[in-house]
Design a protein around this ligand. Sequence first.
Ligand SMILES: Cc1cc2nc3c(=O)[nH]c(=O)nc-3n(C[C@H](O)[C@H](O)[C@H](O)COP(=O)(O)OP(=O)(O)OC[C@H]3O[C@@H](n4cnc5c(N)ncnc54)[C@H](O)[C@@H]3O)c2cc1C
Length: 416
Amino acid sequence: MNQQEGILIIGGGVIGVASAYYLAGQGRPVTLIEKEDICAGSSHGNAGLIANGLAIPMAAPGVLRQGLKWLLDAESPFYIKPRLNLDLMRWLWQFRGACNEKKMRQSIAVLLSLGQASFDLFDDLLDKEKLEFGYERKGRLILFTSEAAFEKAVPDTVLLREYGVDSTLLDADGARQIEPNVQPAVTHGIYAADYGHVIPDRFVHELARVAKERGVNFKTGTAVLGFETTGRQISSLITSQGVFTPNQVVLAAGAWSPVIARHLKLRIPIQPAKGYSVTYKRPLASPRLPLSLSERKIAVTPMGDRLRFTSTLELAGYDPSINQWRLAAIRRAIHEYLPGMEELEQTAVWSGYRPATPDDLPIIGRSEAFENLILATGHGTLGMTQGLITGKLVSQIIGEERPSIDLAPLRVERFH
Ligand SMILES: Cc1cc2nc3c(=O)[nH]c(=O)nc-3n(C[C@H](O)[C@H](O)[C@H](O)COP(=O)(O)OP(=O)(O)OC[C@H]3O[C@@H](n4cnc5c(N)ncnc54)[C@H](O)[C@@H]3O)c2cc1C
């Protein structure tokens, strides 16, 4: 097969599909290749939060000390598998470099601009298209069962207020007014208004459906195996289904992007940061809005007739196994915060890799090494949130339009 010209997108997750949607809207010829099925990766079973209010990066002052404590706890939500891996060492070194006040504040501003732009694009999308993916904007309630954890969270809330993030500190009664169905153990809450939520796989499939109607050629079961280059141009892609010779290539392969980039001798600092979700049939006692079970670092999202719990961040390489200790910790924690969860009917257990960069900002922009390569990857914990704006930015880069967000802090060269 020799597919000539047009734009070729690698990866059928939220980032690749949103890019395909906006590029097709400009009337451009687009082929998307995906090694498995559409939405088979991290975009499938995540918490579905459109989390504009979640703007403090993981790389923040003090996080290294906390991280070391968690490392020693088998049930903790954060884990680094000890191993001698040069990429991981380099990533951790760059992460350490980003853990300071100045860098954190710069990242907050960028994350908020990406989040706000995505909120606007959700409104625009739902205005223009007939799509149903469970989008709701109810905010999110963070629950605490200890005064100490609440007090620890207050400074972050105060910091985000400086940037205009809307949140309310609550006592136990205040938290119950927003979500009555919580355990007596809940002592405090923080209500964060700047959150929406979606059913993530339905969102990606719906967007793919419209993109397909606009002419995008989806080639699933097609894995990139290598590239041929001429000078600073990618001349062809070698895949499991033949050779493609596109004009432009968009690398949107999530946590696998560095593996693919290595064929081009490019180094992209992304680590697969594994997380888990457990999904149940929605019980009668289900919360009405998304929750965070703060001490246990668990996100709870009502999704239509399902209720999903997500947690953990493991830097353990590409290892899809599910750690039963951590899963058991999620199941136990549910009862600490929520009553009426005794007879939950489980429908799915899932793990996925967040494509994590050391500074928690995505990598979006044209590569300096190859003129016809656009990078759209590294969205870490916020890929669902930033999917639409990333797709829009990719279409603006290719269309040589002025990008709606400053791309300078998002360039891969910031790590070099
Ligand atoms: C537990 C958990 C909870 C999360 N919750 C949220 C949340 O609430 N809100 C939020 O904003 N984000 C959340 N995220 C993060 C979000 O899921 C990711 O940032 C996002 O899905 C990344 O999208 P992507 O398109 O870059 O990658 P993916 O969805 O992983 O897509 C990449 C695709 O590339 C394909 N691919 C890989 N290699 C090749 C190859 N060689 N050839 C062709 N195709 C290839 C893969 O099969 C895959 O389908 C969560 C993640 C996890 C794990």
